[in-house]
Design a protein around this ligand. Structure first.
Ligand code: AMP
Ligand code: GLY
Length: 417
């Protein structure tokens, strides 16, 4: 099999790496990719949201499988363009990806399918915002309806800040505050059948102890020792499958990765959000311990063939991922700082360094080019060992202003949020 991965983030780097481990995948290409992917895949220049160019590249390469990583290309129909050329593509149609692209649409799907989630009100006018804030009380949860790269949600007890965020966003979803720890559960879907992955946890806040602003994710780990073994089946039955059935009923079957962000509240599991693609950085941790070969799995999903795929196989190892972010992230990442130590980290053996916001200077030196710069993932026989490996890897890496959380997977026996 020849695979083409569209995107340039840490998640896509991890997908490329996992595809390379699949003995049935002989060749992996990435577009546009990043310097890290360049050492394990052939890179092709591409504007990731240009569906016609992606489809043409896939045709030229005689790709048997295209994987579209990020949400923006999905929302702009890159998967549709590839599929329209008759090439198997892992990633939902632009129509189905709206489950991520509009929080109001996601709420409507959940209401219709009876999926447990926070009660919510969609507001477009200032007066409605005030009424909704009164209805739910503090802490207030105010969400931009559209895509905002993990930065559209404000959770605050400060009413003035809640009103200001709503005004800045335009159309917002205001909803009930969900207590309890969060986890991510991903379903591989072929439009009909859903195969759940094992749960992972993401650390969304910038700083230790869940302080600071929301980010795209500062670290992750899997498995979750504090989650019951029944949870995967429960979420598949009550969340992932009903969502897939509802989307199919609406004529927009979901083929790709359906991401359920969940809260384990005092009144049971509830959906915080849906995404239409692999989570970043949960994917870096999950793919490190997925034993099922990824190419065959994603190809089966892309061709409606998941009925022939058994339950996913997982290593008994744990995996921990720690992100190194640029100075100023998430508000205004500073680019240009030189990065050192990536080879030293990789030389530790148990560590993978996945590139995201990196580029090469004209002199060939690695430097910072985006908010989340690198993610270091390590496996271990348990979470403590994996954690030690990941932080040993991070210790090797340096760039000016590097921001790293020190508490990823620190309290894995206690429930955390
Ligand atoms: P989202 O983009 O919807 O996942 O929201 C980003 C983050 O905001 C989530 O991971 C939660 O930490 C927080 N959040 C979102 N919705 C709620 C809610 N209803 N109650 C409490 N926290 C929330
Ligand atoms: N880690 C959160 C996300 O990918 O949206």
């Amino acid at each position: 099999m020849r695979a083409l991965v569209i995107g340039s983030g840490g998640r896509e780097h991890a997908v490329v790496e996992a595809l390379r481990r699949d003995p049935d995948v002989m060749d992996v290409h990435a577009a546009p990719g990043n310097p890290g992917m360049g050492s394990i895949a052939e890179l092709h220049p591409l504007a990731a949201t240009d569906g016609a160019a992606a489809a043409e590249l896939a045709r030229q390469l005689s790709a048997d499988l295209v994987v579209v990583g990020p949400e923006l290309p999905l929302m702009t129909g890159v998967a549709d363009a590839v599929r329209n050329r008759g090439i198997p593509c892992f990633g939902p149609s632009a129509e189905a990806a709206v489950i991520e692209g509009s929080k109001a649409f996601a709420k409507d799907v959940m209401r219709a399918a009876g999926i447990p989630t926070a009660t919510a009100v969609v507001c477009e006018r200032a007066a409605d915002v005030q009424a909704a804030l009164d209805q739910f009380g503090p802490p207030y949860v105010v969400k931009d309806d559209g895509l905002a790269a993990g930065k559209g949600v404000l959770v605050t007890s400060d009413r003035v800040a809640a009103v200001a965020h709503a005004a800045a966003c335009g159309k917002v979803v205001i909803e009930e505050y969900l207590d309890g720890p969060e986890l991510s559960l991903f379903g591989i879907c072929d439009g009909e059948i859903v195969l759940p992955m094992q749960p992972a946890q993401d650390f969304k806040r910038l700083r230790d102890r869940d302080e600071g602003p929301n980010t795209g994710g500062m670290g992750a780990y899997t498995p979750l020792p504090w989650v019951s073994s029944d949870l995967r089946d429960e979420v598949t039955a009550r969340v992932l499958r009903p969502a897939a059935v509802e989307l199919a009923k609406r004529g927009m079957p979901f083929s790709g990765l359906l991401y359920a962000g969940l809260a384990l509240t005092s009144s049971g599991v509830k959906v915080v959000e849906f995404n239409a693609r692999f989570g970043d950085p949960e994917t870096q941790a999950l793919l490190a311990v997925l034993d099922t070969p990824l190419g065959g799995l994603l190809h089966a999903a892309a061709t409606g063939g998941l009925s022939g795929v058994p339950a996913l196989l997982w290593s008994s190892d744990a995996a921990v991922t720690v992100v190194a972010a640029a100075a100023g992230y998430p508000e205004a990442p500073m680019t240009g700082a030189l990065i050192s130590g990536v080879e030293a980290a990789e030389a530790l053996g148990v560590v993978s360094v996945h590139h995201a916001g990196t580029t090469l200077t004209s002199g060939g030196q690695l430097c910072v080019a985006g908010g989340r710069v690198l993610a270091v993932t390590a496996k271990g026989s348990d979470l403590q060992e994996a954690r030690r490996g990941a932080y040993n890897g991070i210790e090797q890496i340096f760039f000016e202003g590097m921001q790293v959380r020190r508490d990823i997977a620190l309290r894995t026996t206690a429930v955390q949020s």
